[in-house]
Write a protein that binds this ligand. Sequence first.
Ligand code: PGA
Length: 242
Amino acid sequence: MRKPIIIGNWKMNMSLKGGLSFLSKLEKNVNEKIEVGIAVQSVSLVDMISHSNNVLIGAQNCFYEDAGPYTGEISPVLLKEIKTKFCIVGHSERRALFNETNEMVNKKACKLLDNNITPVICVGEMFEQHEKKQTKETIKKQIKECCQDLKVENCIIAYEPVWAIGTGETPRLDEIQAIGALIRSELTKMYSAKQAGQVRIQYGGSVSEENIKQLLELEDIDGALVGGASLKIKSFSKLISA
Ligand code: PGA
């Protein structure tokens, strides 16, 4: 059985003080049925982790080397030292604004696993690819390149159509399930049915308290990566209890 996991991605939002107050309220709303996490800015990690109990605190990015002359980067070894639970890699904003490639995503995921941190590997098609009906081949390529040579059963994959992020639009439920199943079948080819069956696949892109329940009912969707709706304690609490 795959336990559903809902992660709020705060992106470059939320003050440290605001985050700590949010966390203390959120902790009271977490139940045993699902795992709940928040991906915070790296500056907030230490404090948020030291105040967390039931909520998993994660990072939004890291580098693929342990240490060295990489000014401004985040070391996966330090993330481990401060007990970071998970780290998002390959979010579409990192791909678009910071030129993160599938190869880099793969290297980052490897490093995170070496440090016992769960990588949340994001994949998803752009609007043009969606329009040209190239979604399946796009996802296949991303999975092949991002997920090679990993202990894949310890990873989370987030399927996030880029055109659905922050737009209020989502694919139909049957389309989301089809991509969830496609990701699992690609991972089965690369690894084994057993390993692929253990991977949790999240959907992300305009997830809200209105659509979360139906999303979690999909066979191959085991959680959600939530942006906008994770920034208000009311909406995020409703979402995780739905
Ligand atoms: P959204 O963002 O929920 O605001 O669409 C999702 C994400 O970027 O992970």
